[in-house]
Design a protein around this ligand. Structure first.
Ligand SMILES: [Zn+2]
Length: 210
């Protein structure tokens, strides 16, 4: 089966956030239909059936995780986590197990995705980042030693941004497109995926060309 994800290889929680992406400025939502959601879930390693209720829970969790990552509060995320409990068991051969279980089966995938964020935080992982391309809404988990990853993909956004900056240096673009840099000269990435998404969906509703 084809992997529909824009950025495979990220932790489950970012995989969920990245079900909304914008190749070439056009919004794609992998959770828009049950069919596309199922192929995303399979690629992301989620098992279990995906009915309308679990799809709704996933959409809600996607927005909750994005709110948390982008500094708009954690009340929605904690509401999702509130549906989870840890089930403690031990087998006859004395193998202990702790499994995460949602109150309702429909919330199981959503709860796993929310817990994946907690796992990242518990492991002392640095903050997840959004791609520096202002037209990209993908989040990634920076595993480079110095935290220097800037783009979802060097091949796509990295090269695009380098070409753009090269053009700016040559005076082909106005300074309006530039963003202020921090003391290291690295542009500060605003956590604005929701603004980028809103801008794109407005543009699409208006029928405008990106
Ligand atoms: Zn990108």
């Amino acid at each position: 089966m084809n992997d529909p994800r824009a950025l495979p290889g990220e932790p489950l929680t970012l995989d969920l956030v990245n079900t909304e992406f914008a190749p070439d400025g056009t919004l794609v939502d992998l959770l828009a239909t049950a069919e596309s959601a199922r192929s995303w879930a399979a690629a992301a390693g989620l098992t279990g059936t995906l009915d309308e209720a679990s799809l709704a829970a996933l959409r809600q969790t996607r927005s909750a995780v994005r709110d948390a990552l982008e500094g708009r509060g954690t009340v929605p995320l904690n509401a999702v986590l509130d549906k989870a409990r840890v089930r403690l068991t031990v087998s006859d051969t004395l193998v202990p197990a702790r499994t995460l279980q949602a109150d309702e089966p429909a919330s199981q995938s959503a709860v796993l995705a929310a817990e994946s964020l907690l796992e990242l935080l518990e492991n002392g992982a640095g903050p997840s980042e959004i791609c520096e391309n202002p037209d990209c809404v993908l989040w990634f988990f920076d595993t480079t030693r110095n935290g220097t990853r800037r783009w979802c993909s060097m091949a796509v956004c990295g090269n695009r941004m380098k070409a753009r900056r090269h053009g700016e240096r040559k005076g082909a673009a106005t300074s309006a497109g530039r963003r202020p840099g921090d003391s290291t000269g690295r542009p500060r990435t605003a956590r604005v995926a929701h603004e980028r998404l809103a801008r794109m969906s407005r543009r699409q509703r208006a029928g405008g060309v990106p």
